[in-house]
Design a protein around this ligand. Structure first.
Ligand SMILES: C[S@@+](CC[C@H](N)C(=O)[O-])C[C@H]1O[C@@H](n2cnc3c(N)ncnc32)[C@H](O)[C@@H]1O
Length: 399
């Protein structure tokens, strides 16, 4: 199991299975796995959810969580995926949040991920009563304290009161206010309302599917928020309009390797899905009045593509303070100081030196140095504080 959360996730599997069986009025069965009949049953539900939420998108915004068969399928298949995605995103926060509000929680994978990551008070909010009931059953099974609240921004069921260190929205934004550009403004307005309940220094984490359409809409929402003056803590370092929106065919997503729990793997197989890597689009936003992180002194790029290896050459797309551009190096220029370039992954943040502008990107060569500043899933360390110049020197510089 990949990531430091692998063992935590494994502990949830028997709880998910037990709660799923309880909800279906069954008490027996192996603790850590499903029977072949159960796999078949859940696999059929997952197939329906996958078609409805990813391919045809007919279920997006529909009341699928109120259908016990689909809710059960969500619990055993998508719950572990969302949990792992949330642990990946929470790993990038610089401070461990204490109080957390999880909006559009469903059966609360993101809320429990926050608890496992060290949060002390977590509230899960959703419009689906059955999903919240499952979240409470899971909390009982795990001996965890989880508060639940009904919330529906479309029906004006208000946000739970109070201020939080962290508010999370896992795969819910794309289900609100329609499926096209008409959704951008109301989604941004909702994020603004939600951010008003984030404490200073806290964050709003938005996770979305890595599909082209949902991801591009998230980037458009990002642009509205940036325009309004909100800072993005991750993954963006570019402070202007998102350069991935320039070409219709581009979008931006994270991809992390993980080892699927066996039960998820079996269900994926039964549903005819291949879920090898964790893929998601995400944003970590800062509340109003907080600026972008202080820029670091190096020239930084986040790798936003897979490896685009060609004949004798390695290439990636990077996105940094200067925007989105190709980064390429020929194999013959490999040295001890730049060989890291040949082993980068989507999401890594690297510093590069001695590049040359070539085409619409940068060419690295044997003079270039490449260092990983943060691996995918880690936060970029803050810029080192430059000591204030001694008074005399300061005077000399300003004269
Ligand atoms: C794909 S599920 C995500 C569940 C969980 N957060 C996760 O990341 O796996 C989307 C959730 O959004 C909730 N949702 C959709 N429309 C909603 C609305 N108008 N108000 C509140 N919740 C809503 C659904 O009930 C569902 O639980």
């Amino acid at each position: 199991m990949s990531g430091p959360y692998g063992k935590d996730l494994e502990r949830w599997i028997p709880r998910l299975i037990a709660v799923w069986r309880q909800a279906r009025g069954r008490a027996d069965g192996p603790e850590t796995r499903l029977t072949p009949q159960e796999v078949k049953e859940v696999g059929a539900g997952v197939k329906q959810l996958s078609l409805g939420l990813t391919r045809e998108r007919k279920l997006a915004g529909a009341r699928y969580m109120d259908d016990p068969r689909l809710l059960g399928a969500y619990l055993l298949f998508y719950w572990p995926v969302s949990y792992a995605q949330a642990r990946e995103a929470l790993g990038e926060l610089s401070a461990r949040p204490r109080s957390v509000l999880d909006l559009g929680s469903g059966p609360a994978p993101v809320a429990f991920a926050a608890l496992d990551a060290g949060a002390a008070e977590v509230t899960a909010a959703d419009r689906s009563k059955p999903a919240l009931a499952l979240a409470r059953a899971l909390a009982t099974e795990a001996g965890e304290a989880l508060a639940t609240r009904e919330w529906d921004p479309l029906r004006k069921a208000p946000l739970p009161e109070g201020k939080y260190d962290l508010i999370t929205m896992g795969h819910v934004l794309n289900e609100l206010y329609g499926a096209g550009d008409e959704a951008v403004k109301p989604r941004a307005a909702l994020l603004e309302q939600v951010l008003a309940q984030v404490k200073p220094g806290g964050s709003l984490v938005v996770l979305e599917p890595a599909l082209r359409e949902t991801s591009r809409l998230l980037l458009k929402v990002r642009d509205v928020m940036v325009e309004k003056g909100y800072a993005i803590r991750a993954p963006c370092m570019y402070r202007g309009a998102c350069p991935a929106l320039v070409k219709e065919s581009d979008w931006c997503h994270a991809e992390r390797t993980w080892t699927m729990p066996r039960v998820v793997e079996e269900i994926a197989k039964a549903a005819g899905l291949h879920k090898e890597a964790l893929k998601m689009s995400y944003l970590v936003l800062a509340p109003a009045g907080e600026g972008w992180p202080e820029p670091r002194p190096e020239r930084l790029f986040r790798i936003v593509s897979e490896s685009l290896e060609g004949k004798g050459r390695q290439r990636f797309i990077g996105c940094g303070a200067e925007g989105r551009m190709g980064l390429a190096m020929q194999e013959k220029h490999r040295t001890e100081k730049n060989e890291r370039f040949f082993k980068l992954h989507r999401g890594d943040v690297v510093s590069v030196t001695n590049t040359e502008a070539k085409g619409d990107g940068l060419a690295l060569d044997d003079r270039s140095e490449v260092k990983v500043v943060a691996y995918a899933g880690q936060g970029v360390p803050p810029a080192p504080k430059t000591p204030a110049p001694p008074p005399d020197e300061g005077k000399r510089e300003s004269t």
